[in-house]
Structure formats: structure tokens, C-alpha cells
Design a protein around this ligand. Structure first.
Ligand SMILES: C[S@@+](CC[C@H](N)C(=O)[O-])C[C@H]1O[C@@H](n2cnc3c(N)ncnc32)[C@H](O)[C@@H]1O
Length: 254
């Protein structure tokens, strides 16, 4: 597989079953088997600066997951003006990572970082292992300060509160919809809620990236994917490593 493909300008690379399986294979294989994240660290100053931002704030995401988000937002989004909605930001590491990349790429788009920033709300006692109050130590004031100090205010908006309290207002207020959903909130009900609520606003071939469903502690997240994305919407995954990626609406098969 040609490594240069990951930055090909002509996405989609190869469409099958409504997703770009060429892109999924290229990103997944180069990240998993050929050290692409390390290559980016050596060759790509935008990636390097975004990684600095992620570690300055702290993130639970691996380098491969951050690199995959970077490859999608930099090369594969059909509409570069589309916003990024992140559901589950905690200390803000992955959010400032993406906002820094947008800023350095001189994009008009911004990251909307949705979180209570005060920990998990109620969780499903059977499906979810996480419990209310997990991740309460988000150091929110430090995140606000980091954004100001690093001139990121035009590329990130912090949306504080439960998703069901905040998302409808943001969708109503923003003319430009999201083109990338980064869903990292771990638990069953909110994952179904945010996807279902964003669906009508997703432009052609938007990416839905799910951090959690393949983790041992997040079977509720996998339940949400099975029920909504696979059974109900009949979608097929574009990528399963380093995290699940779906496209919605499905890409037209060639
Ligand atoms: C695993 S952490 C996010 C990690 C983060 N992306 C990073 O870079 O480290 C999950 C977050 O989801 C948030 N969360 C879960 N359900 C939520 C809901 N319904 N509304 C708002 N925030 C929620 C929690 O508060 C928690 O901070």
C-alpha cells in the first residue's frame, strides 16, 4: 500500500458499501503497522505543534488516535469549512489538539468541545462501567486560560453542560453544521443522543469517529453503535483501528 496515499488530494480513495474503505485501510494499516504517528512527529510541524497542545492540557487519547483525527481533519473531510463537534473533552487535550491543527491550517472552522467539565452525568448501571462524577477533575479554569494564552479562541468553543442541555442551542445558532463528530463520552445513552441529534445537520460524507466502543470498559458505547449506526442506519465502518469511524450520509458507491 502506497504510504503517500494518506495525504492524497483526491479523496475518497476507494468507496465500497458507502464508506471510503481505501482511506480506512490506508490510515489504519500505516498507523498500526508502520509507525505513521512517529513519522508525522518527525516530518509534520503542524502535527508536532498540535501534539504539544494535547500534552500541555493532558489527554487520554493515544498518539495513534490523535494522528488518525489529524489525518481525517487535514486530508479527508469533504468540506474543510465544516466544524468539529467533540462530545467528551475532559481536560481538553484532544479538543485543543484539533483546534491547534485548524488554526495552523488557517481553517475558518472551529472545534465545539462539549462536556459538563464536572464529570459524568448518571450512567446506565448495567451497560456502563463508568459512574456519575467520573472525570470531575477537568481543571476547567486552566483550559480556559490555555485557550486564551495560545490564541485559540477563534478555533475552539467550550460548551459546558450536559449534551442534551447544550447541543440543541448550538445547532440552532450555527449556520455551518459539523462535518466531524469526535465522540469520546464513553457511555450508552449520550452517544445515541448526540448522534441522533446531529444527523440532520451532517453534510455529505461527514465522519463519525468513536473513541470508546472497542475498549473493555465501554460495552455501553458498543451497544449504542450496534443499535443505532449498524442496525438502524445500516452503516458499515470505514475504519476499526485505532478507533471506529463511520461516514454519514453514506458515500455514493462508484
Ligand atoms: C474519556 S473523557 C474525554 C477524554 C478527552 N477527549 C481527552 O482528550 O482526554 C469523557 C468525558 O465525557 C463527559 N461526558 C459524558 N457524558 C456526558 C454528557 N451526557 N454530557 C456532557 N459530558 C459528558 C465526561 O464529563 C468526561 O469528561
Amino acid at each position: 500500500m502506497d504510504k503517500s496515499l494518506y495525504h492524497a488530494s483526491s479523496y475518497p480513495l476507494r468507496v465500497s458499501n458507502g464508506r471510503d474503505i481505501g482511506a480506512g485501510h490506508t490510515r489504519g494499516c500505516w498507523l498500526e503497522f508502520s509507525g505513521l504517528a512517529t513519522t508525522l512527529t518527525q516530518d509534520d510541524p503542524i502535527f508536532v505543534e498540535a501534539m504539544h497542545a494535547a500534552s500541555a492540557r493532558g489527554t487520554l487519547l493515544s498518539a495513534n488516535k490523535l494522528a488518525n483525527l489529524y489525518l481525517i481533519l487535514r486530508y479527508a473531510m469533504p468540506d474543510s469549512r465544516a466544524h468539529i463537534f467533540e462530545f467528551g473533552s475532559y481536560m481538553g487535550g484532544s479538543a485543543v489538539f484539533m483546534a491547534t491543527a485548524l488554526k495552523l491550517l488557517k481553517r475558518e472552522a472551529r472545534v465545539f468541545a462539549f462536556d459538563t467539565f464536572e464529570g459524568m452525568p448518571e450512567t446506565d448501571p448495567v451497560r456502563d462501567l463508568h459512574r456519575a462524577g467520573d472525570f470531575a477533575d477537568s481543571k476547567f479554569d486552566g483550559l480556559v486560560q490555555y485557550i486564551a494564552d495560545n490564541d485559540l479562541r477563534t478555533h475552539i468553543t467550550l460548551v459546558k453542560g450536559r449534551f442534551d442541555e447544550t447541543l440543541p442551542g448550538i445547532l440552532a445558532q450555527e449556520q455551518q453544521g459539523p462535518g466531524l463528530l469526535h465522540i469520546d463520552c464513553d457511555i450508552y445513552e449520550p452517544i445515541k443522543y448526540v448522534i441522533r441529534t446531529c444527523l440532520p445537520r451532517l453534510g455529505a460524507g461527514s465522519h463519525i469517529v468513536l473513541d470508546d466502543p472497542l475498549h473493555g470498559s465501554c460495552l455501553g458505547a458498543f451497544d449504542a453503535v450496534q443499535e443505532l449506526l449498524i442496525r438502524e442506519l445500516d452503516l458499515t465502518a470505514e475504519q476499526a483501528y485505532p478507533h471506529l469511524v463511520f461516514r454519514y450520509p453514506s458515500l455514493p458507491d462508484a
